[in-house]
Design a protein around this ligand. Structure first.
Ligand SMILES: [Fe+2]
Length: 206
């Protein structure tokens, strides 16, 4: 097979300074080029170690390896989703949801404001390092909020993730110090609801 069976760091769809002042250029560079990149490297290193163990026909510590692999793959995939559900303010970022996503949010939460409140509280109350995520369950056809600890705990198997917010300290500390609440409040100004809606429409069509 020609293509390497490894992960790669995706390029951002906007400039590093495009999300300022919500996320500064320095913070976005650090977050994408260092933190996200480290998860890609971490996952690939483990995959390559497993490849080597297979070719050498040696054993490896499966418990520790798969725990670590889950962390790194989770980190890589959640960050990839995160960059894609952001857009510069005024250029797709911060508008209100419309179309399918607006309808399912209204049906489940009663209003967009109530959804924002519950999602913001989820992000604010994530213990230590984690994420708030809006997911969709095809069994019940409900959008359901998920509070991820680290990158890989409390995840609902098979639910499609529609939107995520990173609330690890590395996601905001440079710009907001310890004020996670302020970061969460301002995050709404850069949510790309068109991208979120597309994820939902693609899921419903599949
Ligand atoms: Fe992050």
């Amino acid at each position: 097979m020609d293509t390497p069976k490894l992960y790669s760091l995706p390029k951002l769809a906007y400039d590093y300074n495009a999300l300022a002042p919500i996320i500064s250029e320095d913070l976005l560079r650090l977050h994408h080029d260092k933190h996200h990149a480290a998860y890609v490297t971490g996952a690939n290193t483990i995959l390559q170690k497993m490849d080597k163990a297979r070719s050498d026909n040696t054993d490896f510590d499966t418990k520790a390896t798969f725990k670590e692999l889950s962390f790194h793959i989770g980190g890589h995939l959640l960050h990839s989703l995160f960059w894609d559900n952001l857009a510069p303010p005024g250029k797709g970022g911060g508008e209100k949801p419309s179309k399918t996503i607006a309808k399912v949010i209204d049906e489940e939460f009663g209003s967009f404001d109530r959804f924002k409140k519950v999602f913001s509280q989820t992000a604010a109350s994530a213990e230590g390092s984690g994420w708030a995520a809006l997911t969709f369950c095809r069994k019940t056809n409900r959008p359901i909020i998920m509070q991820v600890e680290k990158h890989n705990t409390n995840v609902y198997p098979t639910f499609r993730i529609l939107m995520v917010l990173d609330v690890w300290e590395h996601a905001y500390y440079l710009d907001y110090k310890n004020d996670r609440g302020k970061f969460v409040e301002r995050f709404w100004n850069i949510v790309n609801w068109t991208a979120v809606n597309k994820r939902l429409d693609d899921l419903l069509k599949s």
